[in-house]
Design a protein around this ligand. Sequence first.
Ligand code: SAH
Ligand code: SF4
Length: 393
Amino acid sequence: MTATAPITQDVLTIPRKLPEGAKNLAGMTREQMREALIEAGTPQKQAKMRLNQVWQWVYHWGVTDFDVMTNLSKDYRKMLSENFVIERPELVTKLVSEDGTRKYLVRIAGGHEVEIVYIPEEGRGTLCVSSQVGCTLTCSFCHTGTQKLVRNLTASEIVGQIMLARDDLDEWPEPGTGTGDDGPRLLSNIVLMGMGEPLYNFENVRDAMKITMDGEGIALGRRRITLSTSGVVPEIARTAEEIGCLLAVSFHATTDEVRDKLVPVNKKWNIETLLDALREYPKATNSERITFEYVMLDGVNDTFEDAHRLVKLLDGIPAKVNLIPFNEWPGAPYKRSSNNRIHAFARILMEAGYASPIRTPRGEDIMAACGQLKSATERARKSRAQIEAEAGL
Ligand code: SAH
Ligand code: SF4
């Protein structure tokens, strides 16, 4: 990977093989589940009630076994089990870092793999969810961007990551013990900051987040979800309208010349176009500020001039800046800025009135930190020919 990458790489887009037979209820929106239940023989008249019952079993109680759905008749349960399954993506490996960060490698239909990271914090916990296998964009500092296999995840595969993490954290309420809504949650926040560009997979991400936000299910409110984009301008307004979550932007540079190299999608939508879209982001208010992510790369984007330019660019946007010390990966063409430099950069932003926390890298020992995600098999793979052969192409 050179530091001047093309906007999108020469990728192998994997055709998605649809599973045959029983349909997976986990991942259906309310509308899809209603239709599926009717198609499987639920009388129209009962559809609303059945939908509510099944929905709660799947998304509120998190069960995977039809036998425990005790408010449904035996016959109805039999019908469900003949037509449907309730499945998560398959867990391949789970690594736990010294700092408690957990990284899951999961396998999805077609044999492809994605990574999910759970970051526990005091009184809360954040799950970093992937939206694609790999990423078609080629940000030159990002490990995921060097992965050549790319496919969009389905809504089921996206919400399935959250369900799998709740399984592992044992955070589903026990049937018959109340709703389990009290107290702090282990998994309290979602960031769409794993592998992939979520706004290149808009509909699936939106559907998965709608399911996640539904009050009779996983019930994580829209302000607990942050979607991070590299700057796919045409989808930004839609994100506010159709998802309504918080927004983060991978900004990373203060001139087009540098941003073209770091985040090549900048050649399509440059800094000015991006900032115009963000100024218009309907949800942006002082209480729902846009997060500007800024990776600190030694000698590339970390000068005092950069910090002052950034302050000017942010003018008029309710913003905070997240400074991310660069996380190295094998063969990366950059170095992390020194601590002194990062703190000096943060001070300039702070003096201009912007919150500018420095993100502590989490899970570095298990390659779970920002930008380090890439499936283990992909890393181990030797050649493109082999990738093609394994993908059956
Ligand atoms: N594709 C989306 C979502 C991924 S978010 C996006 O780019 O916004 C992952 C965040 O980590 C992004 O801000 C990304 O720019 C940043 N990142 C990528 N590689 C990194 C690295 N090696 N060190 C630190 N941050 C990195
Ligand atoms: Fe893709 Fe985001 Fe990585 Fe860029 S930083 S290559 S958009 S995952």
